[in-house]
Design a protein around this ligand. Structure first.
Ligand SMILES: Cc1cc2nc3c(=O)[nH]c(=O)nc-3n(C[C@H](O)[C@H](O)[C@H](O)COP(=O)(O)OP(=O)(O)OC[C@H]3O[C@@H](n4cnc5c(N)ncnc54)[C@H](O)[C@@H]3O)c2cc1C
Length: 342
C-alpha cells in the first residue's frame, strides 16, 4: 500500500489547476482498493477515484482526503464468435486505445467514441457520448468496488440510471462505486447510415459510401482533430457547459428574438439548444480574458482554455462572466460539465 502525501493535483486535471491532494495512491490492481478504503476510514478522510482528470476541475483548496488514481490495465475478450465479442477492459485503460484495438479487430460499437480523452473506467460515469453513440448503447456490465457494501460488485447497464451525460455514479450514488472494469458487447458488422449530421456531411464531402468501423473512426478523428484542442498540448476540459434543454414555449419565444438559434430535437422529443451557439452569441467567440488568463477556443467556443490562469478562482470568474452574459441575453442558465471537486 503506497500512499503519497501533499501531491499537486494540477497534473491530475486537464485544466492544470487546483491545490494539493492530502493523500494520493495509484491503483494498479482491483484488490488494492479494499485496504486503502479501510485505511481512509481509519484515518477519517474522504476518498475519491479519478482517471486522467479530463473532466475534473480541482478547487484551489485541494482535496482533503485520499485520491485514488485508476491505473488498472486489462483487455480481455470473452465469447468471441463470428459475429459477437464481449470485451472486458480495465478501468485505467486509455479509452482511445481501447477503441482503436476493437476497430483494428474489425468490431463495431465504439468507433463513434474515438478520440475522447480519459480512461475506460470513467466512461460510464457521465455516460460518455459523441456522434450519436453513448456508452449505454454498448455496455453490458461493469465491475466496481462498492464502498457501502465493502466488496466488488457487478452492475448491469440497466442498473446504472444512464441519461444524457449522466448516470447514478454522478447523481444518487456519487462516490459510492469505484469502477474497476467495464464489459462491452461489440458486433462484427459494418456501421450503416443514417449517421450523425456532421459525420453524414463529412462522408458526402469526401464521397465515402462504403462504411466500416475504421472508416467511421477515421472520420471522427478527422472531425474532432479539426475543431478540438488536444488536452496534452492545450490545457482544457473539453466542452465546459452542457447543451441546455428548453420547453417548446421557451423555444418559440427564443426563435422570435433569435431566428438563427441553433437547436435540435432529440429522439425522445426534447429540445436541445446548442450551448456553443449561446456562448458565441453572448460575445465569447475566440475570447481572451486578460483579467483571468482564460480564453475560449477559436474553433469551438464551448471549450474554455487555460492560457495563463493562476488559479481555479480565475477559471470560475471567467465561467461566471460567460454564464451571466448568456443568462442576460437568452434567459438560460448554463450548467458546468466538468466536475468541480471536492
Ligand atoms: C478535449 C476533450 C474532449 C472531450 N470530448 C468528450 C465527448 O465528446 N463526450 C464526452 O462524453 N466527454 C468528453 N470529454 C470529457 C471526458 O473526456 C470524459 O468525461 C472522460 O470519460 C473522462 O475520463 P477521465 O479518466 O479523464 O475521468 P476524470 O476526469 O478523472 O473523472 C471524471 C469523473 O469520473 C469519476 N471517475 C473517474 N474514474 C472513475 C472510476 N474508475 N470509478 C469511479 N469514478 C470514476 C471521477 O471521480 C470524476 O467524477 C472531453 C474532454 C476533453 C478534455
Amino acid at each position: 500500500m503506497q500512499i503519497q502525501e501533499n501531491v499537486p493535483l494540477n497534473s491530475h486535471s486537464a485544466m492544470r489547476l487546483g491545490g494539493n491532494a492530502r493523500y494520493l495512491s495509484n491503483i494498479n490492481d482491483r484488490f488494492e482498493i479494499a485496504p486503502l478504503i479501510a485505511w481512509a476510514a481509519q484515518n477519517r478522510v474522504p476518498v475519491i477515484m479519478v482517471g486522467d482528470g479530463t473532466n475534473i476541475v480541482w478547487r484551489d483548496e485541494g482535496f482533503p482526503g485520499l485520491v485514488l488514481v485508476n491505473r488498472i490495465k486489462r483487455f480481455e475478450t470473452l465469447n468471441v464468435d463470428d459475429d459477437n465479442m464481449y470485451l472486458t477492459v480495465g478501468g485505467g485503460e486509455h479509452w482511445d486505445s481501447v477503441v482503436e484495438r476493437t476497430v483494428d479487430m474489425g468490431f463495431s460499437g465504439l468507433e463513434e467514441l474515438s478520440l475522447i480523452p480519459g480512461t475506460a473506467g470513467a466512461t460510464p460515469v457521465q455516460n460518455v457520448g459523441a456522434y450519436g453513440k453513448e456508452i449505454k448503447d454498448v455496455m453490458m456490465t461493469l465491475e466496481a468496488y462498492d464502498i457501502m457494501q465493502g466488496k466488488l460488485v457487478t452492475l448491469p447497464a440497466s442498473e446504472c440510471a444512464f441519461g444524457y451525460r449522466t448516470s447514478r455514479f454522478k447523481t444518487t450514488d456519487r462516490g459510492r462505486f469505484l469502477i474497476t472494469s467495464v464489459t462491452f458487447h461489440l458486433a462484427r458488422t459494418n456501421p450503416a447510415p443514417p449517421f450523425y449530421d456532421s459525420l453524414r456531411l463529412y462522408f458526402a464531402d469526401k464521397g465515402i459510401t462504403a462504411f466500416t468501423p475504421k472508416v467511421v473512426r477515421d472520420a471522427v478523428i478527422a472531425i474532432r482533430s479539426a475543431k478540438l484542442p488536444d488536452p496534452k498540448v492545450v490545457a482544457n476540459n473539453g466542452s465546459f457547459f452542457f447543451n441546455p434543454f428548453v420547453s417548446s414555449e421557451k423555444l418559440s419565444q427564443l426563435l422570435e428574438d433569435f431566428p438563427t438559434l441553433a437547436y435540435s430535437v432529440t429522439s425522445d422529443d426534447k429540445i436541445k439548444v446548442s450551448a456553443a451557439w449561446l456562448v458565441e452569441q453572448a460575445g465569447f467567440k475566440d475570447a481572451h480574458d486578460t483579467e483571468t488568463g482564460m480564453a475560449t477556443w477559436a474553433k469551438q467556443p464551448l471549450i474554455l482554455v487555460n492560457e495563463g490562469a493562476k488559479s481555479t478562482a480565475d477559471l470560475l470568474k471567467f465561467k461566471q462572466k460567460i454564464t451571466d452574459a448568456v443568462k442576460e441575453k437568452f434567459g438560460i442558465t448554463l450548467q458546468q460539465e466538468p466536475e468541480l471537486l471536492p
